[in-house]
Design a protein around this ligand. Structure first.
Ligand code: SF4
Length: 222
């Protein structure tokens, strides 16, 4: 039932004219995966490869995502994967607030149909959809319940392709998923995370700089 509704939603998205990205896309990249699914990964926006194939997270960032999922005992086939916006921003620029807002309804309908136990946000833009104003360096790897669902912010895999020191951080964060899925009430407030990890301002600034220094997710992987 959910699969049929997701298929219908993808067909609806394919013709969407609701923001400026409709004029420059090759095709929409709505998302892939089963429904329901325990885990839903949500990135930022399609890049050139995704625009060409219609599939999210292909290329090096997608391969790293597959490895990260495997480190958590998951395969891509078990996870629903989507982006905040379904069309490629030209030149791989950041999606604009009005584009994110225009696409938000599709994402909310996808989440309702996939009904994940855990939403994994990948990168700062995806994180900001749930935690505006937060720093990914401060809150990555800690799940918090938002409107009844656990949301776990993580770095974008593309950032780890350009900053090797982020790779073990991503692996460690993904490896928390099995325990979270087994005990979904085991969320840890961000404040606890900050205290446990050390002096917050310096750590957050350094990690934030690392994400910001990385080129736009999926963009440079041409
Ligand atoms: S990004 Fe979303 S709202 Fe904008 S045209 Fe594509 S599907 Fe429609």
């Amino acid at each position: 039932m959910a699969v049929r509704e997701l298929t219908a939603l993808c067909e609806e998205i394919a013709d969407c004219p609701n923001c400026a990205l409709a004029r420059t896309r090759t095709q929409t990249v709505p998302g892939t995966g089963p429904a329901p699914a325990d885990v839903m990964c949500i990135g930022e926006a399609p890049g050139a490869r995704e625009d060409a194939t219609g599939e999210p997270f292909v290329g090096p960032a997608g391969r790293l995502l597959d490895e990260l999922l495997a480190s958590a005992g998951l395969s891509r086939e078990q996870v629903y994967i989507a982006n905040i916006v379904k069309c490629r921003p030209p030149g791989n620029r950041d999606p604009q607030p009005e584009e994110v807002a225009a696409c938000r309804g599709y994402l909310e309908r996808q989440i309702a149909l996939v009904d994940p136990k855990v939403i994994v946000t990948l990168g700062r833009f995806s994180m900001a959809a749930w935690f505006p104003g937060e720093s990914i360096g401060r809150i990555h790897g800690r799940a918090r319940r938002v409107e009844g669902r656990l949301v776990m912010p993580m770095y974008h895999p593309a950032a780890a392709l350009h900053r090797g020191d982020l790779r073990p951080v991503l692996v460690a964060d993904f490896q928390k998923l099995p325990a979270l899925l087994a005990s979904p009430d085991a969320e840890a407030p961000f404040a606890e995370a900050a205290e446990a990890a050390g002096p917050a301002p310096a750590r957050a600034e350094a990690a934030e700089a690392a994400e910001a220094a990385a080129p736009p997710p999926q963009a440079p992987l041409l």
